[in-house]
Ligand binder design. Structure first.
Ligand code: PGA
Length: 255
């Protein structure tokens, strides 16, 4: 495995936070703080209503904008949903699919996640696929089975060529928003297992190239250690992505 060959991606997931005005203020403040830090991709995944403000504020900086979900269909009677074409047309480059909050609160399944992932890819977006076990699943000893199944179903029908635009975020559900981070050894173990699943589904070469992030209470204090692990190529950051100083420290740790 050659970690140096992989893209490192630090992505913020703002969830349901920030108005357009706050978005402009945040990115205007963040941009000079992370200027020149080109050792990783810097992405902010923002609520739909903030996309226009985010794309405008990030224009000419090294920050790219993502969305937090995408619908599987191209258009039609899907009240409240947003298509991949709509996102791409607004300047969005990345999209998260399969976040555990979507699975937990909005009935998303591995099958809907697969549809959304393919819709993102079909519209030229880079897709951040979230997988991760609940505390019960960890305690039952089925962490690997859980993430393996989530990964396999989400990637069903995705070609090796398309996989180049997929980033996998390992997010143990018990670590999200709880302040309870997985240890670097726990995170590394599962990220390595996910890489093994990619090798099995595609090839050793594909597995070596795929970016695998860790997410779940990653913060300014623990990012450097997590990011130093062989199989962790970045982070998906919730709470700490809402603070310019903390997010900058994480980006710096990824250089
Ligand atoms: P957290 O969220 O960093 O606030 O734990 C991570 C995520 O949900 O992506």
């Amino acid at each position: 495995m050659n970690k140096a060959k992989r893209n490192v991606v630090i992505a913020g997931n703002w969830k349901m936070n920030m108005t357009p005005a706050q978005t402009t203020e945040f990115i205007t403040a963040l941009a000079p703080m992370v200027a020149g830090m080109d050792g990783c991709k810097i992405v902010l995944c923002v609520p739909y209503v903030d996309i226009a403000a985010a794309v405008a504020a990030a224009n000419g900086t090294n920050i790219e904008i993502g969305a937090e979900n995408v619908h599987m269909e191209a258009k039609g009677a899907y009240t409240g949903e947003i298509s991949g074409e709509m996102l791409a047309s607004c300047g969005v480059k990345y999209v998260i699919v399969g976040h555990s909050e979507r699975r937990q609160y909005f009935g998303e399944t591995d099958v809907t996640v697969n549809g959304r992932l393919k819709a993102g890819l079909a519209n030229g977006l880079k897709v951040i696929l979230c997988v991760g076990e609940t505390l019960t699943e960890r305690e039952q000893g089925i962490t690997f089975e859980t993430v393996s199944k989530q990964t396999k179903i989400a990637l069903s029908g995705v070609s090796a060529e398309e996989l180049a635009n997929v980033i996998i975020a390992y997010e143990p559900v018990w670590a999200i928003g709880t302040g309870k981070t997985a240890t670097s050894a726990q995170a590394e173990e599962v990220c390595k297992a996910i890489r093994g699943v990619i090798a099995e589904l595609y090839s050793a070469e594909a597995a070596e190239g795929v970016t695998i992030q860790y997410g779940g209470s990653m913060n300014a204090g623990n990012a450097a250690e997590l990011l130093s692990m062989e199989n962790i190529d970045g982070g998906l950051i919730g709470g700490a992505s809402l603070k310019t100083a903390d997010f900058t420290t994480i980006v710096k740790a990824a250089q």
